[in-house]
Design a protein around this ligand. Structure first.
Ligand code: HEM
Length: 418
């Protein structure tokens, strides 16, 4: 049985997707937090950047939007201005523009509105678990974690059930665009230049563009003008609407963001259950559901980092970051910072307070889907814990090849039914 501990030598290349095949390089993050918390990181494929690794610095800088701008890209990779304009969503904008768009959909993803989906989620979990747990040995990412998020997003967006497997596949190709298991167009291995105007430099972006357009035409023809997708098309208080490009990119963002991050949270939670056997007992007998979902999502940290660009010079820890420099907030490191969390490498389902940064907390771009993700994680683990008496690893697990999305793409487990 493989119990996961970081294996990097403390000097891992954060720019290499291959580094993350072994899981996030937490020995390197620890060394940086201790020795060089504002670290100038060489990037052979583009402009070098600053890596911010301490929890307190991430929180402070993420809040400081006058200096740390989202409006010049949010990934490590560089973009021309033309590519930025073609591929951006409101996630790649700053105030006041950002809020004008976000506010249109914020209510649909708010805690009370999302809470109304609890019963739907429970029904979906029943279906998924009944099928998966018919076997005693299976890949938990494939049979459980991968199933729930897109089916749920489909309900919220009003997507036909028959399209969901295709959308999962395209969402994977977009966001896991550096892993050959999910795309034929591996970003750093093949020439993807012809797709540079598409989200994630991926041809899947083009297919999703066509899908989004046809979907909206079908909805229009059926007189269906309800739901999140229509909300974002409404004019803001100044009468401005988003462009067709921005709408298509928003659709791609939801398909990508709503699909794999929750999946990898569920997978990481199940992986933790395999090597901390007390977790199942706690789930079965203790009232830990107010805190457990956030701890599972802290443990998972599916979004490893997001980037900002400096709008003006800024000093921290004796370093001067210059206007125009790229800065990466490594949520993955912040969530294992001993200064913010006791025993950060253990899952403590009762952890409170839990000031994790998996959702980009502290900044205006804090995850729109966080209440949905928390609810899905809670209901899934509640239902799982009712149905099993034991869970263990059934072979080594495999991580995604990506320095952007941290996820266990294969998790062989063996269970005993309760
Ligand atoms: C555990 C699951 C999830 C994690 C860890 C996660 C992580 C994040 C993070 C870190 C950000 C902030 C980005 C930044 O600061 O630049 C973000 C933003 C966002 N997330 Fe999530 N996410 C999750 C689930 C979801 C779901 C289920 C949806 C949609 C259904 C979603 C939609 C979005 C959107 C639209 C934004 C952009 C918000 C803005 O810019 O105002 N996410 N997410």
């Amino acid at each position: 049985m493989t119990v996961w501990t970081p294996t990097d030598d403390g000097h891992a290349d954060l720019t290499s997707h291959d580094t993350f095949i072994q899981g996030a390089p937490h020995n390197t993050f620890k060394r940086l937090r201790d020795e060089d918390p504002v670290h100038w990181t060489p990037y052979p494929s583009g402009e070098d950047f600053w890596s911010i690794t301490r929890h307190a610095d991430i929180m402070e800088m993420n809040r400081n939007t006058a200096v740390f701008s989202s409006a010049r890209g949010i990934r490590m990779e560089d973009q021309s201005h033309e590519e930025y304009l073609a591929r951006r969503t409101f996630q790649e904008t700053d105030a006041p523009e950002h809020m004008k768009t976000r506010i249109k959909v914020a209510k649909a993803f708010s805690k009370p509105v999302i809470a109304q989906f609890e019963e739907d989620i429970r029904v979906l979990c029943d279906e998924i678990l009944d099928e998966a747990l018919a076997e005693e040995s299976f890949d938990a990412t494939k049979s459980i974690a991968r199933e729930l998020p897109m089916r749920m997003l489909g309900r919220i967006l009003g997507l036909p059930d028959k399209d969901l497997p295709w959308l999962v596949e395209k969402g994977d190709a977009l966001i896991a665009n550096t892993d050959p298991d999910f795309t034929d167009h591996v970003l750093d291995k093949l020439e993807t230049d012809e797709f540079r105007m598409m989200p994630f430099n991926s041809p899947a972006g083009a297919e999703l563009y066509v899908y989004a357009k046809e979907l909206m035409a079908d909805k229009e023809a059926a007189g269906d003008t309800e739901g999140v997708l229509h909300m974002i098309l409404q004019p803001d208080k100044d009468g401005n609407t988003i462009t067709e490009e921005e709408f298509r990119n928003f659709f791609c963002l939801l398909v990508a963001a709503g699909n794999d991050t929750t999946r990898y949270s569920i997978a990481a939670g199940m992986q933790a259950m395999c090597h901390q056997p007390e977790l199942l007992g706690q789930m079965q007998s203790e009232d830990i559901w107010a805190t457990a979902p956030d701890e599972i999502i802290r443990w998972a940290t599916p979004a490893l980092y997001f980037r900002r660009t400096l709008a003006q010079d800024f000093e921290a820890h004796g370093k001067t970051m210059r206007e125009g420099d790229k800065v990466l907030f490594w949520w993955s490191s912040g969530n294992r910072d001993e200064a913010a969390f006791d025993d950060p490498f253990r899952v403590n389902l009762a952890r409170e307070p839990n000031r994790h940064v998996s959702f980009g907390q502290g900044g205006p771009h804090v995850c729109l889907g966080m209440w949905l993700a928390r609810l899905e994680v809670r209901v899934l683990f509640q239902e799982l814990a009712k149905r099993i008496a034991h869970i263990e690893a059934d072979g080594p697990h495999e991580f995604l090849r990506s320095n952007f999305v941290g996820g266990i793409k294969k998790l062989p487990v063996r269970i005993k039914r309760a």
